[in-house]
Write a protein that binds this ligand. Sequence first.
Ligand code: BTN
Length: 313
Amino acid sequence: MVNKSSGTKKIILSMLRNSDSSVSGEQMSEKLGISRVAIWKHIKTLKELGYKIVGSSTGYILQPDNDFLYSWEFDTNADLYMTYKELSSTMEKAKEEAEKKCSPFKTIIAETQSAGKGQADRNWQSDKGGLYFTTILRPQLPSAYTYLYTFAATAVLSEVIRSLYNLEAEAKWPNDLLINGKKIAGVLTENHSKGTKINWLNLGIGINANNNPQLSNAESLKNLCGRKIDRKELLTTFEKRYKATIETSTPDEICNLWKRNNQTINSRLDLKSGTGECFKGIAIDIDRTGSLLIMQSNNKVKQALFGDLYIKE
Ligand code: BTN
């Protein structure tokens, strides 16, 4: 269900989008049964939100730009989307919403983030054009299984990117998505558990969609495809497949899905652990805790729970 004000914006936008000429305030006010002043206020809000609406003596014209992710832009489940022009981080807003007992799959989106969070307390550069969102999940699995939600995310996202853009996207342990060795997306989860029961698990994803990443080891989908990415299509396709995957798969099935879509296993790599230690070897598998198993030159297997990986071949 769309709330009243969102519904009004949706109708105004569809009138503007479906018209070859300008649409007068009077036409809108008749269709919606609200005053012309109210229409003017909605138009003003839409402009502030980034829509390029130009007023003329005959009415309003919307300049074509459909890359908006506000709730009224979604045909189904519009009430699940909360979109902001800027947030410090979608993780913070999602935490507030999760604590307010919102329904699962509520998704917080920001056009830009002033303090985007990455793994290991790093900053996540969040320029305009990227896709930055956090989806609130309420898993029924014990908290030891949280890693499965990250594995499912990078695996499903790699499949979605391959199917939508024909690009060879692959998951890199533990939370990255790469194309030709360049980072396209990263996943960050935060959760709150009581005992072993997860109260909420927030899945944050940053995708270099239409932005131009400044780091040399990152790239955007737009640059790789040579065309602008429809972020709404990318988001809704991902969410639909992700939901189906986590609702119907066993832990083993999710691990196997990740294994089918990863580039890490069988690679020679260096791992810098959280404590700063360095381990070298060949990644041979993941285990039931989500750890990466690395065969070292002394034939001992290192179980890595977390760390930075430097893949060599
Ligand atoms: C990483 O690779 O280090 C994880 C990056 C996760 C970034 C996303 S963007 C949306 C959400 N909000 C944040 O502040 N971080 C995550």
